[in-house]
Design a protein around this ligand. Structure first.
Ligand code: PMP
Length: 290
């Protein structure tokens, strides 16, 4: 496996950075998770824009511009002969002193890992996932905007651990008002009376690229979509529910907090959206052969 590290493609064993990097010491840095489907890097421009926005929000100067980032991602996929997989693009604050201040840190490390992925088995896309809400709340948007995809995921990791400890693979995270924010690595959608609902970004959700893709697909299906505050009750009594994320794609959710959603099987609209999503990933992006 070849890893991109600051302009070089190096063997996995040689991909090393300083222990003084604030990415390691403080989670100070930004990242993206991107998918490659049959040689097409799905929504690459949207991911690069989100990376740029995350970097801007934390006052981190990206060492590469848009074109250089695009080329680096494509080169890494090609160097690994990857046609399908997952690309992790990371930019750290860089090595510095032991204090919190980023003054004197840098240059930031740009790391790109391109590898295989299978987050959930295919069976779960047919049968649906069961999730549970957990005590750890999504971090308040005024403390740390959830739109920033930073290297600091401890909030989500704690929620994930809580779900796993009680036998669930994914956790539903609420914000400090008790509204639904998102899952630990996925956005949440529900369908009720012919309308698609998802929490607004200020409820504590990441501006998911898959979320955006699904909102666009819903428009194609003439399915009205509303971004509005949702409670657990709304979700428990919904007809359909599904999660979206780069790794999970669109996955049906058939049980929330031990309440069956609809009749307990993936809903017909969810299945239609999965079908459309799977088609769109083959064309909606940057093609490696170009
Ligand atoms: N929320 C969180 C906290 C995430 O980390 C992610 C990405 N894994 C998502 C939502 C989904 O976003 P995307 O569709 O861009 O992967």
């Amino acid at each position: 496996m070849k890893i991109y590290l600051n302009g070089d493609l190096v063997a996995k064993e040689d991909a090393k950075i300083s222990v003084f990097d604030h990415g390691l010491l403080y989670g100070d840095g930004v990242f993206e998770g991107i998918r490659l489907y049959s040689g097409c890097i799905f929504k690459l421009e949207e991911h690069l824009e989100r990376l740029e926005f995350s970097a801007k929000a934390i006052l981190l100067d990206l060492p590469l511009d848009r074109e250089q980032l695009r080329k680096a991602v494509c080169d890494t996929c090609r160097a690994n002969n990857l046609e399908n997989g997952y690309v992790r693009l990371v930019v750290t604050r860089g090595p510095g002193h032991l204090g919190l201040t980023p003054d004197g840190c840098g240059p930031g490390n740009v790391i790109i890992i391109a590898d295989d992925i299978q987050l959930y088995p295919e069976e779960l896309y047919e049968k649906g996932l069961k999730i549970i809400s957990v005590p750890t709340r999504r971090i308040n948007a005024s403390a740390l905007p959830p739109a920033i995809k930073s290297l600091n995921y401890l909030n989500n990791i704690l929620a994930k651990i809580e779900a796993k400890k009680v036998g669930f693979q994914e956790a539903l995270m609420l914000n400090d008002k008790g509204e639904i924010a998102e899952c630990t690595g996925d956005n949440v959608f529900m369908i009720s009376k012919g309308v698609l609902f998802t929490p607004p970004l200020d409820a504590g959700s990441l501006r998911g690229i898959t979320r955006g893709a699904v909102i666009d697909l819903a428009a194609e299906l003439n399915l009205p979509c509303r971004e509005q505050a949702l409670t657990r009750y709304d979700l428990w009594t919904a007809e359909e529910c599904f999660l979206t994320g780069t790794a999970a794609e669109v996955i049906p959710c058939v049980e929330v907090d031990h309440r069956k959603i609809g009749d307990g099987a993936p809903g017909s609209t969810t299945r239609r959206l999965i079908e459309l999503f799977r088609k769109s990933v083959l064309t909606d992006g940057v093609n490696l052969s170009e």
